[in-house]
Design a binder for this molecule. Structure first.
Ligand code: PEP
Ligand code: MG
Length: 328
C-alpha cells in the first residue's frame, strides 16, 4: 500500500466525476517543506510558526524569523504557503515570555493564547508581521490568525500587518505583490458572527482540532473523552456544513486544516459537505488522494445532505458501509 500511495505522488486528487480537490500539508519546520515533493501536495495549508518559538531558548529575533519564512517560501516555489501567526500561550508557555499576567491557568486551551496573547504583546506581533512581509517580498503572502473569536480581533491583527506594510513601503522596501488575510475558525462563537467577518476575509480555515473540543466541551487530549466524541457526529458535521456553506456563498474559499481531514472516512464526509480544500499531515496525503480518486463527489453530496437531515444512529458505520458499497 505504501508503494501504491507513493505512486500517487504525481497524480492529481480528482474525484471520479472530475472534481479537483486541493490537498495541502501542515508544516512547522523548515525541513517539513520537503513533504511537498515527497507527496506531490498542492501547497502548505497551515505553517505553524510557533514551532520556531517553542524550540528556541530565547525569543527568535525578527531576522531569524524572516530567514525561516523566506526559506520556506523558496523551498515551496510556486506552491502556496499559508503562515499562521503564533499560537503560543496556554499549554504552549514559553520560558522567555512573561506569562505571569495570565496567572495559573486552569483551562489553558481556552486561556490566554494565540491571537488573544499576540494582540496584547503587540511588539511580538509587529516583529512577526514585518518578518513575514519582508520574507514575502515579490510574491503572494498568505497569513492567517489563530483562535479568532470575534471579528474585531481579526481587524486588529490585520491592521498590525497593514501598518507594517505601510511602514516598509515608506522606506522603499520591496513588498509582497499581495497579502491575503485569513481567519481560523476554531472558536464556535465565531460561527454566530461569521457573516460580519466573511466580507473581510480572503480565506477561511477551519481548525477542527480545537473546534471540536470547544463544540463538545471535551478536552482534545483526554483519553476518556476521545472515544466518546466522534468527528463524524451529526453535531460536528452539521456545524461544518453550515459554516462552510456560508463561506462559499460569500465566495470565500474554505479549508479544513485539522487532523480530521487526514482520515479517509472523515475526508469523504467533508467532501460530501462541499469542503474541497484540505490541509493534512504529510503521511495522510497518499491515502486521501487514493480515497478521492475512487469517490463520486455528486453521490456523496446527495447522501450527506440526506444523512444530515435525518442522521443515522451510527454515522460512522453508515458512512463506512456506503463507502465500501461504492468501492471507495
Ligand atoms: C486546529 O485546532 O485544528 C489546528 C489546526 O490548530 P492546532 O492543532 O495547531 O491547534
Ligand atoms: Mg488550533
Amino acid at each position: 500500500r505504501r508503494a501504491a500511495f507513493a505512486a500517487l505522488k504525481g497524480v492529481a486528487p480528482e474525484t471520479k466525476d472530475g472534481h479537483r480537490v486541493t490537498v495541502m500539508v501542515n508544516a512547522g519546520l523548515r525541513d517539513d517543506v520537503a513533504a511537498l515533493d515527497l507527496t506531490g501536495a498542492d501547497g502548505i495549508g497551515l505553517f505553524r510558526t510557533e514551532f520556531q518559538f517553542l524550540v528556541s531558548a530565547t525569543m527568535p529575533a525578527r531576522e531569524r524569523q524572516q530567514r525561516l519564512y523566506r526559506d520556506v517560501l523558496d523551498a515551496a516555489g510556486d506552491r502556496p504557503v499559508v503562515f499562521r501567526t503564533v499560537d503560543i500561550g496556554g499549554d504552549k508557555a514559553l520560558p522567555y515570555l512573561d506569562h505571569d499576567e495570565a496567572g495559573e491557568e486552569e483551562n489553558p486551551a481556552m486561556g490566554w493564547r494565540a491571537l488573544r496573547l499576540a494582540l496584547e504583546r503587540e511588539g511580538l506581533m509587529k516583529a512577526q508581521a514585518r518578518a513575514l512581509i519582508e520574507a514575502g517580498a515579490g510574491r503572494t503572502l498568505s497569513v492567517m490568525f489563530p483562535m479568532v473569536s470575534e471579528p474585531w480581533e481579526f481587524d486588529q491583527a490585520r491592521a498590525i500587518f497593514e501598518a507594517q506594510r505601510g511602514w516598509l513601503a515608506d522606506r522603499g522596501k520591496k513588498l509582497p505583490t499581495q497579502i491575503r488575510y485569513g481567519a481560523m475558525l476554531e472558536v464556535p462563537a465565531l460561527a454566530e458572527v461569521l457573516d460580519l467577518l466573511l466580507p473581510k476575509l480572503n480565506f477561511l480555515s477551519i481548525g477542527t482540532n480545537d473546534l471540536t473540543q470547544f463544540l463538545f466541551a471535551a478536552d482534545r487530549a483526554h483519553p476518556k473523552l476521545a472515544v466518546r466524541y466522534d468527528w463524524l457526529s451529526p453535531a460536528i458535521l452539521r456545524f461544518l456544513a453550515r459554516v462552510s456553506g456560508q463561506a462559499r456563498a460569500a465566495n470565500v474559499p474554505v479549508a479544513v486544516c485539522g487532523e480530521m481531514g487526514g482520515r479517509p472516512l472523515e475526508a469523504l464526509a467533508l467532501i460530501g459537505l462541499g469542503i474541497d480544500r484540505l490541509s493534512i499531515t504529510p503521511a495522510a496525503v497518499g491515502p486521501i488522494k487514493a480515497m478521492v480518486r475512487s469517490l463520486d463527489r455528486a453521490a456523496v453530496m446527495v447522501q450527506m445532505a440526506d444523512w444530515l437531515a435525518r442522521p443515522p444512529a451510527d454515522m460512522r458505520a453508515t458512512l463506512s458501509d456506503w463507502a465500501a458499497a461504492q468501492g471507495v
